[in-house]
Design a protein around this ligand. Structure first.
Ligand SMILES: [Mg+2]
Length: 172
């Protein structure tokens, strides 16, 4: 089980929350402190068995600063926010080299970017469970989903990347 505070807590609140989450075997909490508070995130890691994840800290402070500060156990990578698949994979390699977990998720993207995120995740060796089941958050999508979540898993499409079937704009 994982949680995401989206940077909403202050340091005392985050400390209390993670202490309670530890009792319930929550694996990690994304962004328990505001994106800019790398020092606080690093201090939080020292106080709890619950992992600390960074998400919004990446665009705000940069991956290098997050790694240098020791601010995270888990780094959440969003290809559409990081500049695409190649940059995301490069970031994942840096994260893994630092001994941390890299998790791929989406920015609640439509099918094309979401499918690209699936391919990015699949290209990371032994990637942990990712946050790619975001299609249901959309009221409608741009095309049929070639990589739907089924039973908690996604079969990575093996074709050239084309979404099968007619690609018709479904928006208003
Ligand atoms: Mg998040």
């Amino acid at each position: 089980m994982r949680a995401d505070a989206n940077g909403a807590w202050d340091r005392p609140t985050a400390r209390r929350a993670l202490e309670r989450f530890a009792e319930h075997r929550v694996r990690y909490v994304e962004q328990p402190l505001p994106a800019s508070d790398l020092e606080g995130l690093a201090a939080l890691r020292d106080r709890t068995s619950v992992g600390v994840g960074v998400d919004e800290s990446l665009p705000e402070r940069g991956l290098g600063a997050c790694l240098d500060a020791g601010a995270a156990d888990v780094v959440v990578l969003k290809p559409m926010a990081l500049g695409g698949p190649d940059r995301t994979l490069a970031a994942a390699r840096r994260v893994r080299s630092a001994g941390l977990e890299a998790v791929v998720t989406t920015t609640v993207d439509a099918v094309y970017a979401r499918t690209a995120a699936v391919h990015v995740a699949a290209a990371i060796p032994e990637v942990p469970a990712c946050g790619l089941a975001t299609a249901a958050l959309l009221a409608e999508d741009l095309a049929d989903d070639p990589a739907p979540v089924e039973g908690g898993e996604i079969a990575v499409p093996e074709g050239k990347g084309n979404v099968p079937g007619p690609v018709a704009w479904r928006g208003a």
